[in-house]
Every structure is written in C-alpha cells, then in structure tokens.
Design a binder for this molecule. Structure first.
Ligand SMILES: Nc1nc2c(ncn2[C@@H]2O[C@H](COP(=O)(O)OP(=O)(O)O)[C@@H](O)[C@H]2O)c(=O)[nH]1
Ligand SMILES: [Mg+2]
Length: 220
C-alpha cells in the first residue's frame, strides 16, 4: 500500500473579511479545489502536505466563501477541526481587537475541546502602515496559550501548528507501524474530516447545532 500520509489534520481559517485569509491559503496550499462543489456549500478547502520529522503530515485547510463578512459561519464549519487559524491584518488594529471580541467566542462556542489555536498577523510586508505591534500580539497569544506568527513566516506557523497536533495525536493514540494510511483515514472520518472527494461535507454542513462547548485553551 502506498503510504500517502501519516497524519491528517483539519484546520479552519477565520478572521475578519479582507485580512487576507484566502490569499494566505492560496500561497500556502499545494493544489486546486473542486470549484463547483465548494461554491454550493460556501467552503473552500485546500491541502498541503508537509514532511515533518520523517513523517508526512497532510493538512486539509478550510476557508469560507465570505460568510465572515456577515458573521454567519455555522458550527458545521468548525466541527472536527484539529486546529483553528485566526488571521488578522497588522495594518488594521480592529481586525486584531476582533479576535478577542468576536472570534475567540466563536471558537469557544463551536470549536472542538482541545482544539489548537494559531494566530497569524498578515500583511506584514506593509511595515509602514503597521498598527499592531508584534510584541503586543505576541504577549496576547502567550497569555492565551496560542501559537503566534506573522505572515512572513507562514510556513513556520503551519509547521509549528502541525508539530503540536502530531504531539497531541501521539499522546492520545500512539501511531501503529502498519497500515498507516487506512488508520489515518479512519481517524479523520471519525472526527468528521472530509476525504478529498468531500463526501462528508454535506453531512457537516447539515449539522448546524449550536451546542456550547468548553474549550480548554489549547496549548502553546
Ligand atoms: N500587502 C498585502 N496584501 C495582501 C496580503 N494578503 C492579502 N492581501 C490583500 O488583501 C485583500 C483581501 O484578501 P483576501 O485574501 O480576499 O482576504 P479574506 O477576505 O480574508 O479572504 C486582497 O486585496 C489581497 O490582495 C499580504 O500579505 N500583503
Ligand atoms: Mg476570503
């Protein structure tokens, strides 16, 4: 059997409209998505496989089709996510403030227990217009047990996040040496992660229960 990946993680990207979430994903991901399917349910997802410590880590990264503009992202979007990437624009202080005022509450309401959080400060190339100081964001993330990176280190950000998720996965369920691919796909299905055909997306989008869940804050 061809060993495609050792770990599969679902990540979702959230943050204010216009902060550059879709651009960031486009820059980072490996491949194209199936347009017709995704526009139907309002989710774009892309993949990136990273070799980490001799293992292949496949990231399935979900992006909205603009629902954040109206703050109408459903709980189904967050379901089964191993990690949540919150993006702000370093030139828009409001987009950083809204992480605390709005997005974190969304995560607390809909995110899985134990979900790992990463904050990315995007548009870091616009140095002269910078409104959110790196040290301020760093301090905030540290006090909330979140990973933090600015967008000029986006690969590192996803690498760090992946390492955290690998460690959590190993701690909860040590990987077996045989039949790794089917193992990973079974695990992903039990968490509600889609296969590349997206066969579970409809199930997820149908699930809009707003059950409050207690998040334990992830870890840093
Ligand atoms: N200067 C700069 N502009 C960016 C960057 N990322 C995105 N943008 C611009 O920001 C705007 C919004 O980007 P988009 O990806 O649609 O944001 P979204 O609404 O969060 O998905 C677009 O005009 C992008 O070209 C970046 O890293 N630097
Ligand atoms: Mg977008």
């Amino acid at each position: 059997m061809i060993k495609e990946y050792d770990y599969l993680f679902k990540l979702v990207i959230i943050g204010n409209s216009g902060v550059g979430k879709s651009s960031l994903l486009l820059r980072f991901a490996d491949d194209q998505f199936s347009e017709s399917y995704l526009t139907t349910i309002g989710v774009d997802f892309r993949f990136r496989t990273l070799p980490i410590d001799g293992k292949n880590v496949k990231l399935q990264i979900w992006d909205t089709a603009g629902q954040e503009r109206f703050r109408t992202i459903t709980s189904a979007y967050y379901k089964g996510a191993d990690g949540i990437v919150m993006v702000y624009d370093v030139t828009q202080g409001q987009s950083f403030d809204d992480i605390d005022k709005f997005w974190l509450h969304e995560v607390e309401s809909y995110g899985e227990k134990n979900v790992q959080l990463l904050i990315i400060g995007n548009k870091n190339d616009l140095d002269e217009q910078k409104q959110v100081e790196t040290s301020k964001a760093e301090e905030y993330c540290k006090s909330h047990n979140m990973l933090f990176m600015e967008s000029d280190h986006v690969n590192n950000a996803f690498l760090e996040l992946s390492r955290k998720l690998m460690a959590k996965k190993d701690a909860s369920q040590p990987p077996k040496s045989t039949n790794v691919t089917s193992n990973a796909s079974q695990q992903s299905q039990s968490r509600g992660v889609t296969s590349s055909s997206g066969s579970q997306l409809n199930k997820l989008s149908a699930n809009t229960s707003n059950q409050k869940k207690q998040k334990d804050g992830g870890c840093c």
